[in-house]
Design a protein around this ligand. Structure first.
Ligand code: C5P
Length: 232
């Protein structure tokens, strides 16, 4: 297929407040990582999947091993250790991919319930020739720029979009962008930013509300409700 997927799952989950890495948190009886890997496999587009884990996490290594067994005839699945920032973790994942891929998707494990259609929309746009593609949703809240406790500006909501993953890239372009970016930069919150910085056009496709990032306790409650709705 020429498609590789990097699933980043090395975050600490501090904002969820469970005291364990977020990917290990249970949701409807399965870890968030298991849900995320099911979603990636359900999309049936990857030839190889690299899962980036908190260093030394044997529980999550076991989850990846389990997914490998379940994916007989499916993609090759491997696990690597992540870094201190999301972009460092993505880089570890990219380093483990074979050099032969045409397309790379980078996906947050925390977007555990992402429907296959989002993967398909992103990958299709890349194979049509876009070097960088991101799934987006309209922004429902008014968003303000704040300095200290004072508002300095209100951007026009109509032109704002909330950005999800998987983000899809021409493989060579993404590898170049990561290779030339500074090593550790906490303000790099997604991969498309690195492409924008190089003047590469980043195209948007429709995201999906179900691709929300499980970040807070409320998000976990929502995810559990979604799963209860779809399994009964
Ligand atoms: O922290 P943030 O919400 O941006 O995390 C998005 C995704 O990046 C999560 O799936 C998380 O596990 C991953 N991440 C990572 N390594 C880090 C920080 C975040 O793989 N050091």
């Amino acid at each position: 297929t020429g498609v590789g997927v990097v699933v980043v799952a090395a975050g600490s989950g501090q904002r969820l407040g469970h005291g364990i890495p977020k990917a290990r948190v249970l949701c409807g009886g399965l870890t968030l990582l298991e849900h995320a890997l099911r979603a990636v496999l359900a999309a049936e587009l990857a030839e190889v999947v690299v899962v980036v884990l908190p260093p030394g996490d044997e529980v999550l290594a076991g989850v990846v091993a389990g997914a490998t067994g379940a994916a007989q005839g499916g993609p090759r699945i491997l696990a690597v250790a992540g870094g201190a920032s999301r972009s460092a973790s993505v880089r570890s994942g990219l380093d483990a991919l074979p050099a032969t891929l045409r397309t790379i998707l980078v996906h947050d494990a925390a977007r555990a319930l992402t429907p296959p259609e989002v993967f398909h929309r992103v990958a299709a746009r890349v194979s049509e020739g876009a070097a960088a593609v991101i799934p987006v949703l309209p922004v429902v809240d008014t968003v303000k720029i704040v300095e200290g406790d004072v508002v300095t500006r209100t951007p026009d909501r109509a032109v704002l979009r909330a950005v999800q993953t998987p983000q899809g890239f021409d493989a060579a372009a993404l590898l170049e962008a990561h290779a030339s970016a500074p090593a550790e930069h906490p303000a790099v919150t997604d991969d498309a930013m690195l492409m924008e910085a190089r003047g590469t056009a980043v195209h948007v496709v429709d995201g999906d509300p179900l691709a929300f990032k499980v970040t807070t306790a409320l998000d976990l409650t929502v995810a559990e409700a979604v799963l209860a709705r779809t399994t009964t």
